[in-house]
Design a protein around this ligand. Structure first.
Ligand code: BGC
Length: 571
């Protein structure tokens, strides 16, 4: 680009920035939730080698649900029973099985050097068991995707299990409920075999492995509440049994890598845990908030990253409940001493998915007739009235929550290297489509800035940030009604064309700037947007389609469009 052309573009940028500044002063921040000191913009950059990535998962994007020999997963079953909103299914989804080169091109266009995706177990082993046969077409597909990524200088970060358990394993063995208290549990070995096969076939090119995505969801929603696949409803115990097996299966897969592959392949293996930050509603609720986080994150993180066993507060709480319920043993299973040894320390990095925060109150200790994981915690949860909301009913926008959570992980688990493997915000599926997705831009702006505070001010070893999601996709029970993508996908169009949203342009600039460097045009833009972002989200409290949308569309019209044009020209 010639000096004159780039100068005039920079001038356009400067003009837009001045315009933004004036407008942000005119839209007086009326937000009670905004804390000047806590929420101030931090200028600076992430460490040089910081990993910027975006993520997807097999069932949510691939489609091709029965192509070649792929076996059905528990999510195929659930969706085909019509249990998803609008009877949506993942049969075609984003059709990434066929369109993966386009997905890679989108990442390339955004300057992303990493991509987190998951392998579908039943696409590799149709029944889940290697001895029953391997689907070579599935192996070909993942090889092609990985090769396409590498050819475009994008590192694959692979999740082995993102909820799509082979249906046959659920039918044959009860899935993750299989013999949870014995040493000979089949499911551990089967997961180990599957992991080994993936290391063997893809590990020459894949250097980051995530064994399980959010075992909390599989355990509680899949085997406790049972509204997620495989729809097992046993809320008193199902989640504890499943979690027990998942932790042991994870440890198995970790050791297989350690013993058989690490020396030659030199990669890393971890697990991705999800956790909402729990903030006490009043100072008197501090212990309850801690208990909430221990039951949520500690349930999995304590055994894996601390000492091979469940958190003390979980064990004592559950022991007391057993007494109150007249049981001879706790509903929380116990690990044997050998198992504890094999579980402890099985994470080369700490994968974290985080989206939101809850306000916690103490609700100790009323005995409950039908106990379940929710009541076991002895807490109540709610949300502060000034926390803005996204389209997903559970998603409240509380950026400072992620900084607190990262600090907690640093302190509690011996300062591990943390990869934020998911963070993002949903919009409704509406007409006209939300392409100028300013609320998503604000979300990424505010949350990544809090991550930078954790990294640069609190010395948390955050090594990666991953946007969920690269594409709008199948949002589990909500089907296609909630959109998390940086790119819009038209699910009524058989070609599933992808369209970049404004947030993809923003994210590209964020990656290019590696944060918010002092003096850059990008940071000036962010600075001028800062109050608007907090202000907009505040207005949203009054209803998603209320004031905020009006401000938002006004904003889109007068500010976002010129801003985006200016920045995509600079890009
Ligand atoms: C999951 C994703 C999901 C996202 C938004 C995470 O819990 O890993 O699969 O789409 O949250 O709900």
């Amino acid at each position: 680009m010639s000096a004159t052309a780039s100068d005039s573009i920079m001038e356009t940028g400067t003009f837009v920035n001045c315009f933004l500044l004036v407008i942000s002063l005119v839209i007086i921040p009326v937000n009670g939730g905004y804390d000047k000191e806590r929420d101030a913009l931090l200028k600076g950059t992430f460490p040089q080698d910081f990993i910027w990535s975006s993520a997807t998962a097999a069932y949510q994007i691939e489609g091709a649900w029965n192509v070649s020999d792929k076996g059905p997963s528990v999510w195929d079953t659930l969706a085909h029973q019509g249990r998803v909103y609008n009877q949506d299914t993942g049969d075609v989804a984003c059709d990434s099985y066929h369109k993966y080169p386009e997905d890679v091109a989108l990442m390339k266009q955004m300057g992303l050097k990493y991509y987190r995706f998951s392998i579908s177990w039943p696409r590799i082993f149709p029944t889940g068991e290697q001895q029953d046969g391997v689907n070579q077409d599935g192996v070909r597909y993942y090889n092609a995707l990985i090769n396409e990524l590498i050819a475009n200088d994008i590192q694959p970060m692979v999740t082995l299990f993102h909820w799509d358990l082979p249906q046959v394993l659920q039918d044959r063995y009860g899935g993750f409920l299989n013999n949870h208290t014995t040493n000979t549990t089949v499911i551990h070995d089967l997961f180990g075999d599957y992991a080994r096969f993936c290391y063997q076939n893809f590990g020459d090119r894949v250097k980051y492995w995530i064994t399980f995505n959010e075992p909390w969801i599989t355990s509680w929603l899949g085997y406790g509440v049972g509204n997620f696949a495989p729809q097992h409803n046993e809320p008193a115990e199902g989640q504890y049994k499943a979690a027990h097996n998942i932790i042991l299966s994870h440890a198995k897969a970790y050791h297989i890598y350690d013993d058989e592959f690490r020396a030659a392949q030199n990669g890393q293996v971890g697990i991705t845990l999800n956790c909402d930050w729990g903030t006490p509603k009043t100072p008197a609720d501090a212990d309850a908030a801690l208990r909430y986080v221990q039951f949520f994150l500690g349930w999995f993180a304590h055994p894996i990253y601390k000492n091979g066993d469940y958190p003390e507060v979980m064990k004592t709480t559950m022991a007391r409940k057993a007494q109150e319920e007249g049981r001879t043993t706790s509903r929380l299973p116990e690990f044997t001493p050998e198992q504890k040894l094999s579980i402890s320390g099985t994470g080369d990095f700490f994968g974290l998915n985080h989206y939101t925060t809850v306000e916690v109150t103490d609700a100790c200790c009323t005995p409950i007739e039908n106990p379940n994981y929710d009541t076991d915690k002895d807490v109540g949860t709610g949300h502060a009235p000034d926390w803005p909301r996204a389209a997903s009913s559970w998603l409240y926008v509380v950026p400072w929550g992620i900084r607190n959570l990262l600090g907690f992980i640093k302190e509690e688990y011996g300062d591990p290297e943390i990869y934020v493997t998911e963070n993002g915000r949903s919009d409704h599926d509406q007409d006209p489509a939300i392409m100028m997705d300013m609320e998503r831009i604000c979300y990424y702006m505010m949350y990544t800035n809090e991550v930078m505070k954790a990294s640069n001010m609190d010395n948390v070893k955050v090594k990666a940030y991953t946007a969920w999601s690269l594409l709008d996709n199948f949002e589990w029970l909500s089907g296609y009604s909630e959109r998390f993508g940086l790119h819009y996908v038209d699910f009524n169009d058989p070609t599933r064309t992808r369209y970049p949203k404004a947030s993809s342009v923003f994210f590209k600039q964020l990656v290019r700037n590696n944060g918010y460097p002092e003096g850059s045009e990008f940071t000036k833009y962010v600075e001028n947007m800062w109050y608007f972002c907090h202000n907009t989200t505040e207005a949203e409290v009054n209803g998603y389609t209320g004031g905020a949308s009006q401000i938002s569309s006004l904003f889109s019209l007068f500010l976002a469009i010129p801003m985006m044009i200016a920045y995509s020209l600079i890009a």
